[in-house]
Ligand binder design. Sequence first.
Ligand SMILES: NC(=O)c1ccc[n+]([C@@H]2O[C@H](COP(=O)([O-])OP(=O)(O)OC[C@H]3O[C@@H](n4cnc5c(N)ncnc54)[C@H](OP(=O)(O)O)[C@@H]3O)[C@@H](O)[C@H]2O)c1
Length: 253
Amino acid sequence: MSIQPMDFSGKRVLVTGASSGIGRACAVLLAELGAKVILNGRNIQTLQHTAESLVGGGHVCAPFDMTDTDKLCDWIKTLTAEHGYLDGFVHCAGVQVTKPIRLFDQAFFDDTMHVNLASAMAITQGFRLKRDRTKQGAIVFVASIAGLIGQTGNTVYGASKAGLMSLTRGLSMELLRDNIRVNCVAPALVATDMAERTKASMTEAQFQHMVNQHPMGLGQPEDVANAVAFLLSDAAKWINAVTLPVEGGYLAN
Ligand SMILES: NC(=O)c1ccc[n+]([C@@H]2O[C@H](COP(=O)([O-])OP(=O)(O)OC[C@H]3O[C@@H](n4cnc5c(N)ncnc54)[C@H](OP(=O)(O)O)[C@@H]3O)[C@@H](O)[C@H]2O)c1
């Protein structure tokens, strides 16, 4: 193990959702810490924009749609065949659509669950199969405090994020013998495009009420990236199955 446990030199890490917000901040930080980063999202232009902002070499863009869950395991196998084994991944890709129950429909449910939850399982399936088993692997899922509390109109999203927390506990036990740790972060409101879309879906007063529930103000993508990098790193080599709230005191409020 490196003397500096947050040194990612020689490590290759997949970041999903790397074209924007929290995923982009994770990619930037992990590259600064020495990792080679595989950047996933759907939009190749914004992925390339992230890639151009990374220090170091060996980073690659790997667009793929997370709704295509059945093909994700094979996609991971192809990625590792082309670029080498992964040491870990952070799953930031996610969708949030505010919909009260009267607007519920199957397609909305399926889309949210595929992108936010089923994809996490399928990526893990591929990661477990194709890796250097002599090294400890690390997974971090990006959930949300919406999985811990109730929010009007955000029930399906909350269920998908609570599912990620459950996956964290289940997979951490199932993958013990594979030498893979599985952890999770649960951010409160972070200033990204997703938060801007949430703002656009409500009145000014409703959004301000949400902001007021954050005693330390809104989070920045880098605040979440710091926690993710720690959990992915050797500094957390004895930390497993946890969901770490990253929420500026939201839950204590
Ligand atoms: N911002 C917040 O307040 C907040 C709070 C708690 C948790 N989170 C969670 O944090 C994660 C990142 O959110 P963010 O705020 O950074 O959102 P964002 O800026 O909207 O970024 C979302 C990312 O997910 C990717 N993505 C969405 N659908 C995808 C699909 N079908 N296939 C592949 N990639 C897909 C997007 O890539 P493309 O556009 O290139 O497809 C983009 O890179 C999400 O899981 C979100 O639920 C966010």
